[in-house]
Design a protein around this ligand. Structure first.
Ligand code: ZN
Length: 436
């Protein structure tokens, strides 16, 4: 078994120590146990730091508080550190760090500390110590392609281009990892959207649910009067309390002299270096490609009249929703009957060619092909086809056509397509149906 010598020795020494002593050793005593010289104390401390939170922990500035976390007397404590899990900690950690007020950024969030320790340990286990050991190094590392870290070779379908940080913001890749993580203490996926879904399911509010989803996609920014009209409308009044949480005052969210809005998603932009960019990297890419220019800027005074969705709702509701609405519109234009989020979000789009021929479509705004999550998509036996579709704009990272032959056989009938392909397929089907 491949084991780091240092970690192994430390844990062995600690287990031996606790067999005899009730109290934890001091650093000096542990040095002696490990037959290390007293001047190697700092080295030992550094080694302990790399396994802190995983195998050992202690209270800062409390003497003799060192303890083993994995007190399994027989077996080896968790030697297997899945790199996917480490990436989740890192992504969540970066996100947690990003939400800290600038003043508090010297405190490293627990998730980031755990992620970095695990990363360090993984590299030690693989006999390669070339990973960041402090926060500045880690931020530099985060801007480089993830694949440069040797440990990630075991992750399938990883594009050589993805990084954790892009343009000073958490990358879409990092966001995707963060959402995937169900084992991270801090569940970060937008809670209010989950609450809306549960409430609507419990009370069978299908129309209200659909109206709310559409609203946050089409109008992430709303004048106050309009917002007030909407929350008292017959359709959305049942979800009023949720809408009051989803929409906040723009000036409370962003403080600036002027406000800039993204031409694609219409959401308030974020100041980066000397310019303004959308919080969504996809928006930035698409706006650049299509030559879209920003919406008119708004003065601070006018901004006081505006409500905006929270950044979390923008990220998990507005941005992925743009693809869903766009696809629905394109298929409707072909003359198909399309229902968005049918049966209160069982899937994204129900497409009906006839009463008998119906498709279930899930749209995934991914930057990494997550096999585990794909396997969780249910094949709909009541439909002619079940598709998971991806935006064409993501294909440089996903490479659907290349990976499809290998992936599809594992998915129990679920098919993978690009949005452009699904539109072509719908057209073909319509032609066949009209000829028949
Ligand atoms: Zn945008």
């Amino acid at each position: 078994m491949k084991v780091t010598k240092h970690r192994d020795k430390i844990l062995e020494a600690l287990r031996e120590w606790f067999r005899i002593h009730k109290q934890a050793p001091t650093l000096e005593e542990l040095c002696v146990e490990l037959e290390m010289k007293p001047q190697q104390k700092a080295t030992l401390q550094r080694r302990l730091q790399t396994i802190r939170g995983i195998d050992v922990d202690w209270d800062d500035n409390v003497a003799r508080s060192l303890r083993l976390l994995n007190l399994d007397p027989e077996g080896e404590p968790g030697l297997n550190i899945p790199v996917t899990e480490t990436l989740r900690y890192l992504a969540t950690g970066l996100s947690d760090w990003g939400t800290l007020e600038p003043k508090k950024r010297s405190q490293i969030p627990q998730s980031l500390r755990l992620g970095m320790s695990r990363m360090y340990l993984t590299s030690l286990l693989q006999g390669n110590e070339q990973v960041p050991s402090n926060i500045p190094e880690f931020f530099d590392w985060s801007k480089k392609p993830v694949v440069e870290w040797e440990a990630t070779t075991e992750i399938p379908h990883l594009s050589p281009e993805v990084t954790l940080i892009e343009d000073g913001l958490l990358s879409d890749f990092a966001l995707q990892w963060q959402v995937t993580g169900s084992d991270v203490e801090n569940q970060v996926q937008e809670k209010v959207l989950q609450d809306v879904l549960e409430h609507c399911r419990a009370n069978q509010l299908e129309e209200a649910y659909r109206a709310l989803r559409k609203l946050i996609i089409e109008s992430p920014v709303l004048p106050y009067t309009e917002f007030r009209r909407i929350i008292s409308s017959t359709q959305l009044r049942p979800l009023r309390d949720f809408l009051l949480k989803i929409y906040v005052d723009l000036v409370d969210l962003v403080e600036d002299k002027t406000y800039h809005f993204c031409p694609r998603c219409k959401y308030v932009m974020h100041k980066y270096k000397n310019t303004y960019i959308c919080r969504s990297h996809t928006c930035e890419k698409i706006s650049a490609k299509q030559g879209l220019s920003c919406l008119p800027t708004i003065s601070k005074e006018d901004a006081e009249e505006l409500k905006v969705v929270t950044p979390g709702v923008h990220r998990y509701g507005t941005i992925p929703g743009i693809w869903e609405l766009d696809l629905a519109q394109k298929l409707t234009k072909l003359g198909l009957r399309v229902t968005l989020w049918p049966e209160i979000d069982e899937f994204d789009l129900l497409v009906e060619f006839s009463k008998k021929i119906r498709w279930a479509i899930d749209v995934k705004d991914w930057s990494y092909l997550d096999e585990e999550r794909l396997k969780k998509v249910d094949y709909r036996h009541d439909m002619a086809e079940t598709f998971v579709v991806f935006p064409h704009e993501r294909d440089d990272l996903l490479r659907i056509k290349v990976r499809r032959p290998q992936l599809e056989p594992e998915l129990g009938g679920v098919r993978l397509m690009l949005i452009s392909e699904i539109i072509n397929l719908a057209e073909q089907n319509l032609r066949k149906k009209n000829h028949a």
